[in-house]
Ligand binder design. Structure first.
Ligand SMILES: *Cc1c(COP(=O)(O)O)cnc(C)c1O
Length: 399
């Protein structure tokens, strides 16, 4: 490790709470690559964990941020701004749900808003407040969302957790039925579980959830924080299924690297929140909203939904070829450019080998190597990256 990296990581260990253990110090990003403080260039197949769908430093996003920052960075929500209203209009249009939008600053906060909206409506409609969520799901790190996240590793030590959540097994409708009680108000799920292992819901499961929600007067809430904004080849992953949720949440990629979260409703639940009943100081921040409008413009003008599907197919085929070659690589999962390879072993070892070859990747679910490359990935970049990946897999599993 060279000087600058060592120097900053030493300081990190002294002053940063150890919630992460980074080994790379990044300085800049451009398109699908990042550069560390010592000049090392890496392919980022994490997109900063699902953020840079339009690539790092896209000129249109940079320009939108610069112009809005010079005009007005914050106004408080006592006043409206044009970018936030235009963005809400756009999200309503892209969703086709005909509802309204609430803005906040993160995925956890967007899911908190969804949970609060569901409870506010449920308490007034039959005294119901319980939300069914799924094992291996992920919804954030606040107390309520960590409880919604039915995974022991991120709940440990935080007792007492809030009441009002029941857990079911993903892609198992019988377990959902068993988890529903007379207190249930909503079912919340990721159409494609990200953190939990890159597992898509089956068509049958998504339709079954919608049907259960209709029968029992429950809200269907989709967490699109990771799978949204074009990642899986549609604007939102639920659009790849023959269903419509009542609410869905966005964050991560929405504002091209700036913090922003959003809760989008259908018409039925658009006015459950009333003045004063929920708020966020920075929510709908005009700089983030201007960046998000630019992100949407780029996804549309560069046809990135189609690209996510096409490049995703090529990437998937290349990963499948690796699975065919190595006994310890078991399966390719996912959709579009949200892909995972199931490993018989420790995925961290593979992520380390990929990094040594010059590719940043993620783990998921304890046995999955997860890839979330920018949607602007070109075929020639993918080809080069696949060669590097091939070497990394050979390195870990033998040729
Ligand atoms: C990352 C993530 C969250 C949490 O988002 P934060 O912005 O970190 O609060 C919630 N849900 C899903 C599906 C995620 O991937």
């Amino acid at each position: 490790m060279s000087n600058k990296t060592t120097e900053i990581l030493d300081l990190y260990k002294k002053v940063m709470m150890p919630t992460f253990a980074p080994s790379v110090v990044l300085a800049t990003g451009k398109g699908v690559t990042v550069r560390d403080v010592d000049g090392l260039v890496l392919y980022d197949f994490t997109s900063g964990i699902g953020i840079h769908n339009v690539g790092y430093s896209h000129p249109k996003v940079v320009q939108a941020i610069q112009e809005q920052a010079a005009a007005l960075t914050h106004s408080s929500n006592l006043f409206a701004t044009e970018p936030q209203v235009k963005l809400a209009e756009k999200l309503v249009e892209l969703s086709g749900l005909g509802g309204k939008v609430f803005f906040c600053n993160s995925g956890a906060e967007a899911n908190e808003a969804a949970i609060k909206l569901a409870r506010k409506w449920g308490n007034a409609n039959g005294g119901r407040y319980e939300i069914v969520t799924f094992r291996r799901g992920f919804h954030g790190r606040t107390l309520a969302t960590v409880t919604a996240t039915a995974q022991a590793w991120c709940q440990e030590g935080y007792d007492p957790l809030p009441v009002g959540f029941a857990y079911a097994d993903f892609n198992d409708l019988e377990s959902v039925k068993a988890a529903i009680s007379d207190k249930t108000v909503a079912i919340m799920l990721e159409a494609i579980q990200g953190e939990g292992g890159v597992t898509p819901a089956t068509d049958e499961f998504m339709r079954g959830i919608r049907q259960l929600c209709d029968e029992k007067n429950l809200l269907m809430i989709c967490d699109e924080v990771q799978s949204g904004m074009g990642r899986t080849g549609t604007w939102f992953a639920w659009q790849g299924y023959d269903v419509k949720p009542d609410l869905f949440t966005l964050a991560k990629a929405i504002a091209g690297g700036l913090p922003m979260g959003a809760l989008v409703s259908n018409a039925k639940f658009a006015d459950v929140f009333t003045p004063g009943s929920h708020a966020s100081t920075f929510g709908g921040n005009p700089v983030a909203a201007a960046a998000a409008l630019a992100v949407i413009d780029v996804i549309e003008s560069e046809k990135l939904l189609k690209r996510a599907t096409e490049i995703g197919t090529l990437f998937r085929e290349a990963l499948q070829a690796e699975v065919d070659k190595h006994d310890k690589l078991l399966e390719v999962r996912g959709k579009g450019l949200m892909l995972g390879v199931v490993v018989d072993g420790d995925p961290k070892e593979v992520v380390e080998a990929l990094k040594a070859q010059g590719i940043l990747a993620l783990t998921a679910g304890g046995n999955v190597v997860r890839f979330l490359p920018p949607l602007v990935l070109r075929e020639e970049d993918l080809e080069e990256a696949i060669d590097m990946m091939s070497d990394a897999f050979d390195c870990v599993f033998g040729e």
